[in-house]
Write a protein that binds this ligand. Structure first.
Ligand SMILES: Nc1ncnc2c1ncn2[C@@H]1O[C@H](COP(=O)(O)OP(=O)(O)OP(=O)(O)O)[C@@H](O)[C@H]1O
Ligand SMILES: O=c1ccn([C@@H]2O[C@H](COP(=O)(O)O)[C@@H](O)[C@H]2O)c(=O)[nH]1
Length: 238
């Protein structure tokens, strides 16, 4: 059997995709399907660290946060990612996977704090590590948290699993004429202001020479294809 293309990856799971067809929150069958995808690649022996977004529950820049102090709204967003992380860890437990949630915000009665050497130890032991609460700082996003933690743990690639199947010339949900890139450089993605990820995340990955693969979390088998190095999604490279 062919081997996975990567030994250690940072998987960024879309919070928004967790809603499934619901208006907000966590759709049960959607999270179970995501976990099944994760289980499929975990059994290949790939070391997996996960950052999950919070867009299904709260975003600091959402209309619901209008009029709020931005930092306060962002802390609410980070707490939303803790809820998603707990739900993901529990769904993984039910699927027979062992995971550990580590939070960037002190909330020790609920989850353990992020301590880099401990995270590395868990990965080496074959546990899946879920990084909750983003970077722990307002004015950032979980995409940037994925770039940061991916760099810290020495991941070979950041895999952004989202609702679209790659990086397009414009938002494909708004522009029917948008075309998908097979590959694109960080500099081009930043210069063209492509909004699939924020510029801070792109810049950090560029500086750390950490490639990003953007692909669909909705498409069955896409995560495994990416892990096996098959043609899937868009590669963002230096
Ligand atoms: N040039 C582009 N190419 C692809 N998608 C784009 C582009 N510009 C904007 N988008 C939008 O970016 C979205 C993905 O990024 P976004 O941060 O909104 O979601 P997410 O990361 O999946 O969710 P969350 O932040 O909750 O984890 C896509 O659903 C798409 O509508
Ligand atoms: O490092 C971070 C990460 C996230 N936030 C806030 O949380 C929400 C949800 O994260 P998404 O990446 O949008 O899914 C985000 O909008 C911020 O409000 C943060 O402040 N810092």
């Amino acid at each position: 059997m062919t081997k996975p293309a990567y030994k250690r990856v940072l998987l960024k799971l879309s919070g928004e995709a967790l809603m499934g067809d619901d208006a907000y929150g966590i759709n049960r069958s959607t999270i179970e399907r995501m976990v099944a995808d994760v289980a499929e690649v975990a059994k290949l022996g790939v070391e997996l660290a996960i950052v999950i977004g919070g867009g299904n529950i709260f975003r600091g820049v959402a209309p619901g946060a209008q009029g709020m102090d931005r930092a306060t709204a962002d802390y609410m967003g980070m707490l939303a990612t803790v809820m998603n992380s707990l739900a993901l860890a529990d769904a993984m437990r039910q699927a027979g996977l062992t995971s550990r949630v580590m939070s960037a915000i002190a909330i020790e009665q609920v989850v353990e704090p992020y301590v880099r050497p401990k995270a590395l130890q868990y990965l080496e032991e074959g546990k899946i590590v879920i990084f909750a609460a983003g970077t722990g700082n307002p004015f950032f996003t979980t995409d940037t948290a994925a770039a940061l933690r991916g760099s810290e743990i020495g991941a070979e690639i950041v895999l952004k699993a989202t609702k679209v199947d790659g990086v397009y010339s414009a938002d494909p949900n708004k522009d029917r004429n948008a075309t998908r890139y097979a590959t694109i450089s960080f500099d081009e993605a930043i210069a063209k202001h492509l909004q699939v990820m924020d510029a801070t995340a792109f810049a950090l990955c560029r500086d750390q020479k950490l490639p990003i693969k953007v692909f669909s979390i909705v498409k069955p088998g896409a995560l495994k294809n990416v892990i096996m190095g098959d043609d899937e999604g868009t590669l963002v490279h230096v």
